[in-house]
Unconditional design. Structure first.
Ligand code: MTE
Ligand code: MO
Length: 555
């Protein structure tokens, strides 16, 4: 409507976040978003743009590219930017010194050993040599997957960080971090977080283009998380649903009040929506949170330290066995609702389509990824007289000639004393021409399903042998103990950690290249698909095919 007024940018600037009547511009249009702030699904994050252009923010929050969002904004149109304040492209001029505040300006610095995929927002993975060196990933090497900037929470005010809990009947309860920490039983769980995009680059290389960050094998890490149980907090907040009663202490359970029970909302139809301070959000089904043996945490510590800023300081959800997208960082709100989170991260990005379903997918056709499938990867290979200094960039050896050093010069994770191995090997194989090989890596399955076997092939999958599983010290079927046992029985216990593994063997034949392959099996006898072709999906999610590394042994 050309009859609408034109505003000088100086006036637009006055309508900032504190003004009580926030405005934003988009292109040369001016919008009064006062009424939108309350209704905005991303909460008051939209206020970051108040007084300025919303366009750079919408480039980050890609959900706004949907036409319906633009339509909502158009209803708040109040005018146009004065022509005197437009540049030659028809965009509002930005005066010197007035440049848009970089929303990433207060992001923390990251360990320089991380491979950075994108800087703003930060997406970074540990390189293979560091990836599974330790059972628990050191905090500074834990992969980082941020959709936006890292919210700033002052150390001095962290205890007062607020968590809002909203129940289906609309009741709201607020907890400070201090209250969570002091009023509830602490619980510790060792759990992997793995991005649905882990190993996506593998799928891209072997099948074709996928949309998303091209992660190597490192969008996965393992840590000991400490916090309080989500179900304890929900109970304290007063949540009551159909099968809530049996979860309460027996003496608390009212007798024979089935009438009252009839009015309770159905547990199976509810979801726990989790929202972060920068408006990232996701949800899990309520039964996952209420599982009496479940371990969904509101975590404030990671490997014995306060959560690092990149990993959700001061509070994050940790949903063991589930896709890490549900482990919402910088947690500020929980809502038990009759629908899933409406965020793009719940309703769109983390879904899988058939190999043929490209183009514009019908997002509502399939459910969101929740429990993770099984996967494994090779993180180190040592061949012959050489240590191939894991040039395993993005899961593939670039070339064995990249920085080889003499075997034994450096003890690598998971491989027992290489020098001893080499000399044993030489003694027992003096007359053979075979080449020794050692391989290390990780295997992990979701849903608490333990890794029970890791198979290795050094000839591209024709013949197989088993790797030694590390990290089973407290298992009934620990290798050493096992020798005296006839029958191996898995404990009922669930395992949310990964298992690192090690293989020592020999390369076969005399060809100059060998393809080393790993595949794992979990306690439900799930195993990985052989190739990515059959599980290809346009988003490149859950790239879990056998992991292959080709080594050049010609030198
Ligand atoms: N939570 C918030 N608030 N913001 C985010 O961008 N990313 C999610 C999840 N939780 C995200 C979030 C995704 S997709 C992943 S894979 C994990 O956090 C990554 O957790 P990490 O960075 O601690 O490894
Ligand atoms: Mo992710």
């Amino acid at each position: 409507d050309p009859s609408l007024p034109r505003f000088r940018l100086a006036d637009v600037r006055k309508h900032d976040a504190k003004s009580g009547s926030p405005w934003v511009t988009s292109g040369d249009k001016v919008y009064d978003i006062t009424d939108w702030v309350a209704a905005h699904p991303g909460g008051d994050v939209i206020l970051r743009a108040a007084g300025h252009s919303i366009d750079p923010y919408w480039a980050i929050f890609t959900i706004h590219k949907a036409p319906h969002v633009r339509e909502i904004l158009e209803t708040y149109l109040i005018g146009f930017v004065d022509i005197a304040d437009l540049d030659t492209h028809g965009k509002p001029k930005i005066a010197a010194g007035e440049a848009l505040e970089d929303p990433f300006a207060s992001d923390p610095t990251r360990d320089e050993r991380l491979i950075v995929l994108t800087q703003k927002p930060c997406n970074a993975e540990p390189a293979p040599p560091q990836l599974a060196r330790d059972f628990t990933t050191p905090n500074e090497l834990f992969y980082v997957r941020n959709h936006m900037w890292v919210p700033v929470v002052d150390r001095a005010e962290a205890d007062q960080h607020k968590l809002t809990v909203e129940l289906p009947d609309g009741d709201v309860r607020e907890y400070t971090l201090d209250e969570l920490r002091t009023r509830f039983r602490h619980h510790r769980v060792t759990a992997v977080l793995q991005c649905s995009g882990n190993r996506r680059s593998d799928m891209t290389k072997s099948v074709g283009k996928t949309n998303g960050l091209q992660w190597g094998t490192g969008a996965i890490s393992n840590a000991v998380w400490e916090g309080v149980l989500l179900r304890d907090v929900l109970a304290d907040a007063g949540l009551k649903t159909t099968d809530w009663q049996p979860l309460r202490a027996i003496e608390d359970a009212p007798q024979g009040n089935s009438d009252e029970d009839d009015d309770l909302p159905e547990t199976d139809s509810l979801h726990v929506q989790l929202t972060g301070m920068e408006a990232y959000a996701a949800s899990i089904p309520l039964p996952v949170a209420l599982d009496p043996r479940g371990e969904v945490l509101l975590a404030f510590a990671m490997n014995g330290q306060p959560l690092p800023r990149d990993h959700g300081y001061p509070l994050r959800a940790v949903v063991p066995g589930f896709v890490a997208a549900r482990s919402v960082k910088w947690l500020s709100k929980i809502a038990v609702s009759d629908e899933e989170s409406t965020s793009q991260w719940q309703r769109r990005d983390y879904k899988l389509f058939g190999p043929n379903e490209g183009g514009a997918p019908n997002w509502d056709k399939y459910p969101a990824i929740q429990e993770m499938p099984i996967t494994s990867a090779i993180t180190g290979v040592w061949v012959g007289q050489k240590v191939i200094k894991q040039a395993l960039q993005k899961g593939h050896l670039i070339s064995s000639s990249t920085s080889s050093t003499t075997m034994g010069s450096r003890a690598e994770p998971g491989v027992r004393d290489l020098q001893a191995w080499q000399s044993d090997w030489n003694k027992s194989n003096q007359k053979t021409t075979t080449t020794p090989v050692a391989v290390t890596g990780y295997a992990y399955s979701g849903g608490g399903r333990e890794i029970v076997r890791v198979d290795i092939s050094v000839d591209g999958g024709r013949t197989w042998d088993q790797a030694v599983l590390l990290d089973q010290k407290d298992r009934e079927y620990d290798d050493e103990e096992n020798k005296s046992k006839k029958n191996i029985v898995a404990r009922g216990r669930r395992d949310f950690a990964w298992k690192r593994w090690r293989y020592e063997g020999a390369l076969l034949g005399d060809s100059s290249t060998s393809e080393i392959v790993v595949k794992a099996t979990d306690s439900a006898y799930n195993t990985q698909p052989e190739r990515h072709d059959g599980i290809y999906n346009v988003r490149g999610n859950l790239a879990t095919a056998w992991h292959r590394v080709t080594v050049d042994t010609s030198r």
